[in-house]
Design a protein around this ligand. Sequence first.
Ligand code: MV4
Length: 446
Amino acid sequence: MKIKKLLIANRGEIALRIVRACKEMGIHSIVTYSVEDRNTLPVMLADEAVCIGKGSPQDSYLNSAQIISAATLLNVDAIHPGYGFLSENAAFARICEDYKIKFIGPRADVLEKIKDKAHVRSIAKKLGVPILPGNVTPLKSVAEARKTAKEIGYPIMLKAAQGGGGRGIRIINQEDELIEQFPLAQQEAKVSFGSDNLYIEKYLENPRHVEVQVLADEYGNVVHLGVRECSIQRRHQKILEEAPTMALSKEKIEKLEEDAVRLAKGINYTNAGTFEFLVDKDNYYFMEVNARIQVEHPVTEQTTGIDLIKEQINVASGKKLSYKQKDIVQKGWAMEFRINAEDPENNFRPSAGRAELVIFPGGRGVRVDSHIYSGQEISHIYDSLLGKLIVFGKSREECIKIGKRAMDEIFIKGVKTNISLHKKILNDKDFQKGNISTNFLKRFTE
Ligand code: MV4
């Protein structure tokens, strides 16, 4: 199926990123927008734009009925959901299939199956992909939970099988806590995720987060595009990502990448996806799948030379992967800094207002993916991402130098940003040595 007309069911920088790919591919792009977003770059630069609501995500970018109705009226071939919103929504993917509109992502039945993280853990285990000690079937009772915890030893992490984004997880240090927390966790999971399935994992105190970018066509061909390191997070929001990683030896990274591909094949994964791992010392453990294009995809693009959005569209239109694994090499280093409208002096509270003046950096080794222009009104209805500064060079050291230089060129007046935090990170000795973990940012922000 040739994709000639594509609906972008998203906003902000990722909507613009997809518009740009469409233009280069000769695809007619239509972007959905909310009333608040009517004066934004994706709306101005897409071939067409269609208003699908007003206000909260619930009433706009999550309104699948409105989006499908627009897609039908405009006779689009495919919908690109971007990240967040409807991107991993199995029910939405199913509606697209029912309406004969290609959903750019995995099939609805695959999304449905991988919703349950305990289930994916069980497949990983069967395939010999390392996972943390714990259970792989939903816990039915506190007795079962106590038994598992006793076997693997405390501390443990109690996780909601359908949770995500750092929600629905609890650290449990001893048995009486488990007895107290188990029913609460069950109840919370039921309310938040519609399922009270829980599972237990051995808790790692100070892990690193390493993930593998995978690309799969609809004929069973799967390749990986190497690893990214995403340990620098604040309250489960990634702030800085890099590719590749200093967390593991070359040999271990190769094993991890092969494991991700094996697991992708095992779950019949198609399109672009990310396989997340926790790394502790020289060991890695599969954690979960992200069934979407991710915010941090540019660091992979800069180190492999592959346009992930174009590949997503190609694969979705039924093309075979144009790359064999041996054709894909990660070269050099890349870093991405998320520039957020938030106030570092005020506990990083989202900052809204008119971005009176916006100047982004340029020059060698610099890429900026942003939808923000001077004079734009920044609302607080949606996320606070103003854009991403991506730097790339032959080494991590060079990335840090270019990063510092580029960070000094950014000028945003009218809203508060987290640029000062990025400068502190870039000047930190531990960061420079690659000595980072998921706890790294606590030192700066708490
Ligand atoms: C963990 C963990 C330690 N041990 N699981 C946080 C988000 C969710 N997807 C999983 N998370 C974690 N799971 C075990 N068994 C530590 C985290 C975690 C984390 C993981 C990746 C990146 C940043 C993090 C920050 C805090 C906790």
